[in-house]
Design a protein around this ligand. Structure first.
Ligand SMILES: *Cc1c(COP(=O)(O)O)cnc(C)c1O
Length: 401
């Protein structure tokens, strides 16, 4: 049995950490220090020259952060990883690494709201253009590629409509043109989807979400398929722009990650139950959840993901006011952006996560005024359904639609 590489559920607990290098401590220690002392001037010189491995200064690397980076490298089947102070710091670092003035970025039809904001900055200040492309066909992808295309940036599932992208198809076409592919794997985590294995070159994560899993950290990660490229990012964009992760946040993430596999199983189970409950409600229409057999992306989900994830979006019958009134009637479910926490969260993308996106682009992205996004938590799913049920009943009697 086995080829020496342990299963995911084991690696998520053990990889990246060797207790014997840390006084035998079972839990990875917190190295809450800004700098590291050298035993001699010559040692300092050798470390700066890169001739001797070792710590220098926490913006250039920290042992607690490195444990997280090594664990994530293993889980994503990558070659190296870097941790950042937020998901957006990771997204901006990888894009700044890959593009220069005059270049062009191809994006999936929808992207996270602040990624959209970053693309606008790159366009306006640095003349780096982008367009949002339907990647469902090979022709569509080929058609979008120009001589200036320096990178393909993809979310799958696309937030918040849960449309999936066939990652193997995108990376196969990109390889013909030697264009690097970046995948935002925040919604899936490496437990459900491993884009590097499907040919992508970089993964970015908002570690704030499922990686942390407890709603107490903001953090980000890049995992790459090339040690050299990751080294270049660490020695340039990360070191000189400086959006690093703090040791304490890495410590919390190392702790949160240990339960990733069992948490994801429960998120997925709860989401399936809640999606099928929502389907029977007359005030709710158009449920976007890849686990539903009639979701257009269901076949891709079945082939590319281990399970369907914990995120559900749906539209309500009525108006924006109906959707907001419904949110206000919820008791157990909290109104908040972010996702992947133990608590079930609901948000209104058109006025919250995607408020910055112009109305016309929102329509193209499928973000209507009655669309709500639910991040299914770890509670008993029956209690979550009961909360939705009592809120729907109140809306019904108020006749706000
Ligand atoms: C939250 C999120 C981000 C940004 O991450 P932060 O940690 O908030 O900076 C990027 N992509 C996706 C898909 C996200 O959900």
């Amino acid at each position: 049995m086995g080829n020496g590489k342990k299963r995911f559920e084991t690696r998520v607990i053990h990889d990246g950490y060797d207790a014997q290098q840390h006084f035998g401590a079972l839990a990875p220690p917190l190295y809450q220090t800004s700098t590291f002392t050298f035993s001699s001037a010559e040692q300092g010189e050798a470390r700066f020259a890169g001739e001797e491995e070792g710590n220098i200064y926490s913006r250039l690397g920290n042992p607690t952060v490195r444990i997280l980076e090594e664990k994530m490298t293993s889980l994503e089947n990558g070659k190296a990883a870097l941790a950042f102070g937020s998901g957006m710091a990771a997204v901006s670092a990888v894009l700044l690494h890959l593009v220069k003035t005059g270049d062009h970025i191809i994006c999936s039809r929808g992207v996270y709201g602040c990624t959209f904001g970053l693309l606008e900055i790159l366009d306006e200040k640095f003349h780096i253009s982008h367009n949002f492309v339907d990647m469902s066909t090979e022709e569509g992808i080929r058609h979008a590629i120009t001589n200036d295309t320096a990178c393909i940036y993809v979310e799958s599932p696309i937030n918040p409509t849960m449309e999936l992208i066939d990652l193997a198809l995108v990376t196969r076409v990109a390889k013909e043109y030697a264009i690097p592919v970046v995948v935002d794997n925040t919604f899936c985590t490496p437990y459900l989807q491993q884009p590097l294995t499907l040919g992508a070159n970089y993964i970015v994560h908002s570690a704030t979400k499922y990686i942390g899993g407890h709603g107490d950290v903001v953090g980000g990660l890049i995992v790459g398929d090339s040690q050299e490229q990751i080294k270049l990012i660490s020695m340039s964009t990360q070191k000189d722009i400086g959006g690093i992760m703090s040791p304490f946040d890495a410590w919390l993430l190392n702790r949160g990650l240990k339960t990733l596999a069992i948490r994801m199983d429960r998120h997925c189970l709860n989401a399936e139950k809640i999606a099928s409950y929502l389907r029977d409600q007359s005030l709710i229409k158009n449920i976007y959840f890849p686990g539903l057999k009639d979701h257009p992306s269901h076949p891709i989900a079945a082939s590319q993901m281990k399970n369907y994830g914990g995120m559900i979006s749906f539209e309500m019958n009525g108006t924006k006011e109906t959707a907001q009134a419904f949110m206000n009637e919820l008791k157990l479910i909290k109104i908040a952006v972010s996702l992947g926490d133990a608590e079930t969260l609901i948000q209104h993308p058109a006025s919250m996560t995607h408020a910055i996106v112009p109305k016309k682009v929102k329509e193209q992205m499928g973000i209507s005024d009655t669309l709500l996004r639910l991040s299914v938590g770890l509670e008993a799913w029956e209690d979550v359904c009961e909360d939705i049920d009592q809120a729907l009943k109140k809306i019904d009697t108020m006749a706000v639609f």
